[in-house]
Design a protein around this ligand. Sequence first.
Ligand code: SF4
Length: 346
Amino acid sequence: MEMGGDNPISIQTMWKESIIPVLTDENTLNSILNRLNSLSMLGCDIIRFAVPDMESADALSIICKKTTVPLVADIHFDYKLALRCIDGGVAKIRINPGNIGSVEKVKEIVNACKYNGNAIRIGVNTGSLPKDIAEKIEKGHISRSEGMVETAFREISVFDKLNFHNVVVSMKASSVNETIEANRAFAKRFDTPVHIGVTEAGPLIGGIVKSTLAFSTLLKDGIGSTIRVSLSSTPENEVITAGEILKECGKRSGGVKIVSCPRCGRNGFDVHGFVDRWQNKLLSIQKDITVAVMGCVVNGPGEGKHADIGITGVGDTVIIFKKGKIVRKIEAKDADNAFREELLSL
Ligand code: SF4
């Protein structure tokens, strides 16, 4: 996948469990493959896996051979893990030359990447800056965001000397301001594509708020070639959040737009339950339509009159409408099936 320049901004997430069971259990492999496919349907372009040992590298190689979704191996310290993953077919590796140990080992990785066409992401986090840079920050000589940029520059220089330029850089802090400052300062000095993200952003709601603030600011500045929302939640929620941010920032278009009411005391239809059941399915549809999910017939069809399809209800009756006109009245127990039929007929 091409990154940077005029290429669309890609969405990534990270796999959240060990993949070692793949080595011995075909059911686990199949369920991972199905979930990768679902994440891709939701708009995810790249999925990263932690590779802490050789078993994980072998498992990732098996997964790579069975999916068309570009996968990234996240590696620390051991260059042999990187070589195994590159050989196994990953699209990209995330590794920092600074923690590989010697230039010779970095050179082996670079040569393998050049040969196979892999990109490398340098991942700079405030929590793991080189000792000398961390000391400068502690002594107040530079800010944490300056420390991140200096670290990124140092890591890029290693690849530059090896004439390797297929590089993406990330500078992540759990502070929104530090993340913005570092990425802005970096973008002023370098053309290298940037992966943006707020690290350890927190649980669902707090993490969404922080990511939205940081991303919308950076994206409006034209910074960011690929984004990852980090949440203490599912990869699906990370992908949905990233997709919604890109859409609202005008960086991605198309797909289903869900308009749903917050519900109030007038409600006759379980908006929350319906949205919970249908959100991921709807957002996986590659069709430019608006779906309205409204709590009551008083305001539902009226407020949702621009929607291509909508649903609301009163008592035990559920109403499906299209462009504000009622097309079906059914019992609540038949609502999902009827909605599916009407959706398919669009
Ligand atoms: S659509 Fe009806 S239930 Fe939903 S918020 Fe408006 S008035 Fe309340």
